[in-house]
Design a protein around this ligand. Structure first.
Ligand code: DSN
Length: 491
């Protein structure tokens, strides 16, 4: 997204004549004719995103081309099934589009096969789980029963298959160590579908591969899940694959958070998930900077099963969003995207150093990727209080558990900070230092309110209003210097 990453200056927010400005203005005018409250809210969202420094590690700003690609006639088409194998007539253009998006995904990530239909990362993980169960449990059961399809099974065969499918084991990273809900967290469907065990991190906040190996040998899972949504370090996927091979497990890697770093050539060799995973899932809207959605990449062993994702697990494909995925993947092939991906990590390093030099405590002592976890207990706050105080000070972040969190998953003891969005705006290490300074100033000026029982509240807080106003001004100055959607201007 050259308009964002090159940060044209001076700010052209008053522009009226760029193609992007005209396109968005006219689209909003058309919407206003039907329901002005919708166009007003869309405008309000843009204004909001222009007013706060976005540090949510899983968010980004998609390019105008990606955003515009979603508003099209593919939205009107049903296309259940897969390329060349649809349950509806009239899917010729859909087939070509899906094949293009899939080919681009294979090219960008070096994958054997790509399935671009999932509507989100959770959907992608469900498709992946089903495909692994189908390849490793259902297919052998059908073969043993000499059946071609589950419909050919006897009632006894069918009952045995259900028992086998429902008694599989999974090992994933625990939620408080940085794993995702769908990696076997008990309250999530993945923790109910599978008998699961979790690996965590050591006292330094780092994955202990020997602990993963011990757990894998003891538990003999069908699936080992690697990947994370709140772990600030790189994961050695070569070692994870070795462990999976030792116990005959399938290595599934969820790269939703760091797909942009893989596409941009930052995570290579031992850290390249596509090289080492049997099945790799991702979202498209985080560091990859595409539309909201998911993708599954896999080896040929799993591709026939992954391609059955819809209607097995997913509703009809959002073909208009697949169009935008193709645009984003085309952008991710560029040299500019590689520069962007490197800058995301450099900025994270600079932000981490800025926080630590001002007394902040980071889980694992730093970062090797696009995110970090700031332990806010040293400021006397919960994550929930810090999240709200920072918003008052002009920054959007999300609270997050830290390993062995004493405050649980609701209040938490940390905030997760990521650099993909601010890097898209063109900010660099100097701006990250100013962001770190704003964060620390807000947190130092915040304190929990005291409840009627005399105990500190876990949710309510006070922030010195003068500090809040000054920090909002400083955040605003950064956003003025690095405007969001400069070519879109005022809509
Ligand atoms: N909601 C995503 C995140 O913020 O990391 C994961 O699903």
């Amino acid at each position: 997204m050259s308009d964002q990453t090159s940060n044209p200056s001076p700010s052209p927010l008053t522009t009226r004549d760029t193609p992007e400005a005209r396109a968005f203005r006219q689209a909003l005018d058309v919407i206003s004719e039907v329901e002005p409250r919708v166009s007003e809210l869309i405008r309000a969202e843009l204004a909001d995103q222009r007013r706060f420094l976005k540090l949510i590690a899983s968010e980004n700003y998609a390019s105008p081309a990606v955003l515009l690609a979603m508003g099209n006639w593919f939205s009107d088409k049903y296309a259940e099934g897969s390329i060349g194998h649809r349950f509806y007539a009239g899917c010729d253009n859909v087939d070509q589009l899906e094949a293009l998006a899939s080919q681009l995904a294979c090219e960008v990530f070096g994958a054997e096969h790509a399935y671009v239909q999932p509507h989100s990362g959770i959907d992608a993980n469900l498709v992946a789980y089903w495909a692994i169960l189908a390849a490793r449990v259902e297919a052998p059961a059908l073969e043993a029963a000499e059946a071609k399809h589950v419909n050919d099974l006897t009632d006894e065969d069918w009952a045995a298959l259900r028992r086998d499918l429902g008694n599989q084991r999974l090992v994933g990273m625990s939620l408080d160590a940085g794993g995702h809900l769908t990696h076997g967290f008990r309250p999530n469907i993945s923790g109910k579908m599978f008998d699961q065990r979790s690996y965590g991190v050591d006292e330094n906040g780092i994955v202990d591969y020997e602990e993963v190996r011990r757990l894998a040998h003891e538990f003999e899972p069908l699936i080992i899940v690697a990947g994370y949504s709140a772990y600030p370090r790189k994961v050695n996927f070569r070692v994870m694959r070795e462990i999976a091979d030792e116990v005959g497990a399938v290595l599934m890697i969820d790269m939703a958070h760091f797909a942009g770093l893989v596409a941009g050539g930052v995570f290579t060799g031992d850290f390249d998930p596509v090289r080492h995973g049997h099945v790799v899932t991702t979202t498209t809207h985080k560091s990859l900077r595409g539309p909201r959605g998911g993708i599954v990449l896999c080896t040929s062993e799993f591709s026939p099963f992954v391609d059955k994702g819809c209607p097995m697990v997913l509703g009809g494909p959002l073909v208009h969003v697949i169009a935008a995925k193709a645009v984003a993947l085309a952008e991710a092939r560029s040299e500019g995207f590689r520069t962007y991906a490197r800058a995301v990590v450099d900025n994270a390093t600079a932000l981490a150093e800025g926080l630590q030099s001002r007394g902040g405590t980071l889980v694992s002592g730093g970062t090797e990727n696009h995110l970090m976890l700031l332990d806010v207990t040293s400021f006397g706050l919960t994550g929930r209080q810090a999240e709200s105080a920072l918003r008052e000070g002009g920054l959007t972040v999300n609270r997050n558990s830290i390993p062995h969190d004493p405050n649980g998953a609701w209040y938490t003891s940390g905030v997760r900070l990521g650099t993909p969005a601010l890097t898209t705006l063109g900010m660099g290490p100097a701006e990250m230092d100013e962001v770190a300074s704003i964060i620390v100033d807000v947190l130092n000026a915040s304190e929990p309110t005291v409840t009627s029982s005399g105990a500190p509240s876990k949710a309510r807080y006070t922030l010195d209003p003068e500090v809040a106003a000054e920090c909002r001004n400083r955040a605003g100055a950064l956003l003025d210097a690095f405007p969001l959607y400069p070519t879109v201007g005022v809509v």
